[in-house]
Design a protein around this ligand. Structure first.
Ligand code: SAH
Length: 340
């Protein structure tokens, strides 16, 4: 992916008319072209000059894995500097969702998530984030389907890479380019308060999700170390500002860890924190990442949901497909040393 300003600058340097920039931009984002050689609308000499200067695709596909019933596909990609990037495609009835990574690794190190286990290696550029989506758009197109949603819920903490995350959202939303509706784009944060405040001020209607996972500071600091920097009171003050300013729904994600955060104390805390208009809770059964935690049984999960609903919370259980291929929530990780 190459953004329009870069293409305009390049055309100017090459002494080309500026409409050529838009031609290339549309070929990349609408026709999903992967090389300049494919752009027969351009003179051959220009195609060659562009190929010598710019890379239309920043991520190379190393491998894709598909879950047995085809509901999830995980792509292992490689950036130009060799860093591994993972993205997931999920199909559920009419909804075709791409889950993108915003970083290679993650600095947050949540206790139950594999993404942070090797720390942060680097942040991805907006172009590298958008290329994850374009790759899956090509795959969907070949099956006569269309990507309908993008979630920033892969590896990394989007608000530790705020500028590029927002630039990626704008590129995806650009009606002259990829053209996805802002409302079909969701960004998820582990609770980086300055990012929540910044997003509230952007003129961009993307959805926000906050990964909560515990309703007391004691437990949350253990599960999400970022809670020591932005404890619940600080986090929820920002959430209230966000909803007050945007009037948009705010989603809270809660990975259910059997016997750890599904206790009566946590239920009480959740009711206290979340019983507000526009707040919605999404429960996710913990996916195995090889740690100390256990996945709740369907009965435990249903009981928790019922207990929360009885107390008046708006609450759903999120499907997290792809665990058979290590593509489910929390399972995206850097390859172990020597594993590749
Ligand atoms: N760093 C951001 C973006 C990643 S979103 C954030 O934390 O929100 C990935 C979602 O999957 C988060 O809600 C995360 O908490 C959840 N998750 C992480 N590990 C998981 C696991 N082992 N099982 C189920 N969900 C998990």
């Amino acid at each position: 992916m190459i953004d329009l300003p870069t293409l305009e600058r390049t055309m100017e340097e090459l002494g080309q008319p500026s409409y050529r920039a838009r031609q290339v931009y549309e070929a990349l984002t609408k026709r999903l072209a992967t090389s300049f050689a494919d752009m027969s609308e351009l003179p051959r000499s220009l195609r060659e000059e562009l190929a010598a200067r710019l890379r239309p695709c920043l991520l190379e596909e190393v491998e894709t894995r598909e879950s047995p019933r085809g509901s999830a596909v995980k792509a292992l990609l490689r950036a130009a500097d060799g860093e591994p990037v993972e993205a997931v495609l999920m199909t559920h009835r009419r909804r075709v969702t791409v889950c993108v990574s915003t970083q290679v690794g993650c600095a947050v190190r949540c206790a139950f998530c594999a993404s942070g286990s090797a720390g942060l290696r680097r942040s991805l550029s907006a172009e590298e984030i958008v290329d994850q989506v374009l790759g899956f758009m090509r795959r969907a197109q070949a099956q006569e389907r269309r990507v309908t949603n993008v979630v920033f819920m892969g590896m990394g903490e989007p608000f530790h890479n705020y500028e590029e995350t927002l630039r990626a959202c704008r590129l995806l939303n650009d009606p002259g380019g990829v053209g996805l509706a802002a409302r079909s784009i969701s960004v998820s944060t582990a609770g980086v308060v300055p990012g929540i405040d910044r997003l509230a001020r952007e003129a961009l209607q993307v959805n926000l999700a906050v990964s909560l996972h515990a309703a007391t500071d004691e437990l949350r600091s253990r599960l999400v170390p970022l809670n020591r920097t932005y404890p619940l009171a600080t986090l929820f003050a920002a959430c209230a500002r966000y909803v007050g300013r945007t009037r948009r729904k705010l989603m809270f994600e809660y990975v259910v860890l059997s016997g750890v955060n599904d206790t009566g104390e946590q239920v009480e805390g959740l009711v206290r924190l979340l019983k507000r208009p526009l707040y919605h809770l999404n429960l996710i059964a913990y996916n195995e990442t090889g740690g100390e935690f256990a996945r709740p049984s369907l009965r435990e999960l249903t009981a928790l949901r019922a207990a929360l609903e009885r107390r008046g919370l708006s609450c759903t259980v999120r499907e997290s497909p792809g665990s058979e291929i290590d593509a489910a929530c929390g399972q995206l990780a850097l390859p172990r040393a020597g594993a590749q």
